[in-house]
Design a protein around this ligand. Structure first.
Ligand code: CA
Length: 489
């Protein structure tokens, strides 16, 4: 029997190997994703509130994307978009109530067919069991922070310990037992720093002796915003409970005073959770170094969407505002991606799958709507790269947060959002009905989106142009206006 090396094997594969960068073998892909980790809580993105030295290592050794956006800012749909390379209305995962069809094609299945070892460890949150992975070990649903249950191969098992550290342990265990002759695609998905923000015992007192800076618009009172946005129930303090804050809310605190008080407890627990994520990113990077595979491995750090860190007085995500829309995205591939580089192109979560396939020398299947940004991160942005992006949030007025369904367009300078009110055909089970409303923001001078310019006659031609662009993008994505998500009916 002939023993082929990995490089020999790729030579035999021929056509696949021919498309791989610079004669390199198919790279390993280590995809690390947190849940609800906003880029303004990463020091590589200029955080004013914390330090993330291990996550920063990926930025220092690779590229930092400053305009990476999700197409639907909520957990389950973003995860489905990342895997399938498709918008929600194509992959069928519109809301938290939907499940990913296990028969649907996605990036891990494609990579598995191309000879990759594939593994999924941590938070999956797609209602069905993973398919396309040689190994998976996932949290049921959201999972819990302390002594969590994991499910692997249909077996449920409870573990002692802290969820983030356990996910780090399981990821390292899998890396150590893999077949070193084959490339791997490994998705390591942390639960943290998702609500209810429960830190590891070792970090319970981190930041205890200091106040965390408040965002400048913590006390936003939503003047001029759409009425349905002003009514959203994501307010720090007012819309939190004892589980969130780990203490009783003083009955005499109201309005801004309550918001100011609650912000410190909220943000400190959120940041403590991130500290454990950062530690575990460090453990994985150290492993790659010790196993001498750092130069053969693409490492990504991202989050399923952004998050409001007291911005506009809110926590949570969902809305098309910057803090929620924006995903952190750091990517390292030594010798291929320039260390310490920054890319400002519009990259979407549906682009991740085609990009990974591109690096693996696999042609993206036609049903994937995203586009590889390999050229972009290597310093060669295609001339016809997108200058605008389409967004749609489908979960109309859910019971917890009352965020209205909406869609919109973001360009380099402008953002136009349409809150379409009660969509045609939607049942009356989603109060309150709202009238259709629009918002327009000029992002160059109003990057915190405080002044809604919609309705100001000065911007009538801007609005007209953006509406035409939005209509075009919506059609190109294969979406239709004013149709509710099937699961919302
Ligand atoms: Ca999330």
């Amino acid at each position: 029997m002939v023993n082929y090396t990995r490089r020999d094997f790729l030579g035999i594969l021929g056509s696949a190997a021919a498309t791989v960068a610079a004669g390199r073998p198919q790279p390993n892909i280590l995809y690390i994703m947190a849940d609800d980790h906003a880029s303004h809580a990463i020091s590589a993105y200029g955080s004013r509130i914390n330090q993330t030295p291990n996550i920063d290592r990926i930025a220092q050794g690779g590229v930092r994307l400053t305009n990476c956006f999700c197409t639907n800012s909520i957990c389950t749909p973003s995860r489905a978009a990342i895997l399938t390379g498709q918008y929600s209305h194509k992959n069928g995962v519109y809301t938290l109530n939907d499940r990913l069809d296990p028969n649907r094609n996605h990036v891990a299945k494609e990579l598995q067919r191309a000879g990759y070892q594939t593994a999924m460890i941590g938070k999956w949150h797609l209602a069905s069991d993973p398919t396309g992975f040689d190994y998976w070990n996932i949290l049921p649903g959201q999972g819990v922070y302390h002594d969590p249950v994991f499910i692997s191969g249909g077996q449920r098992k409870q573990y002692n310990g802290y969820c983030t550290d356990l996910i780090g342990d399981f990821t390292l265990d899998w890396l150590k037992q893999r077949d070193p002759k084959k490339p791997f695609f490994l998705m390591c998905h942390h639960k943290a720093p998702h609500r209810p923000w429960e830190p590891a015992p070792k970090y319970k007192d981190l930041f205890a002796d200091r106040a965390i800076p408040e965002p400048g618009n913590l006390f936003d009172h939503y003047e001029g915003k759409a009425r349905s946005v002003a009514a959203v129930k994501m307010r720090v303090g007012e819309n939190m409970n004892k589980t969130d804050l780990k203490r009783d809310i003083p009955p005499d605190l109201h309005a801004d005073a309550l918001r100011k008080w609650a912000y410190q407890y909220y943000i400190k627990d959120y940041l403590r959770c991130i500290q454990s994520v950062d530690d575990n990113v460090g453990r994985l990077l150290e492993y790659l170094d010790s196993a001498r595979i750092s130069s053969d491995t693409i490492v990504i750090y991202t989050s399923d969407q952004g998050f409001f860190l007291g911005d506009h007085g809110w926590f949570d995500k969902r809305l098309m505002y910057e803090e929620s829309l924006r995903m952190p995205f750091l990517m390292r591939y030594p010798g291929v991606i320039h260390a310490g580089s920054v890319n400002r192109d519009f990259v979407l979560n549906i682009d991740f799958a085609p990009t990974f396939l591109d690096y693996a020398g696999v042609k993206a299947p036609a049903e994937m709507q995203g586009r590889s940004f390999r050229g972009n991160v290597e310093g060669h942005t295609p001339r016809d790269w997108r200058k605008a992006m389409y967004y749609r949030y489908w979960m109309h007025n859910d019971n917890d947060h009352h965020v209205p369904g909406h869609y919109g367009i973001r360009t380099e300078r402008w953002k136009l959002i349409y809150y379409y009110g009660r969509p045609l055909g939607m049942s009356g089970a989603h109060p309150p009905d709202t009238q259709p409303e629009w918002e327009l923001y000029e992002l160059r001078n109003d990057r915190h989106e405080m002044k809604n310019l919609y309705g100001d006659p000065k911007y009538a031609s801007v609005v007209r142009d953006l509406k035409a662009q939005l209509d075009k993008l919506q059609k190109e994505a294969g979406d239709t206006a004013d149709v509710p998500a099937p699961s919302s009916q």
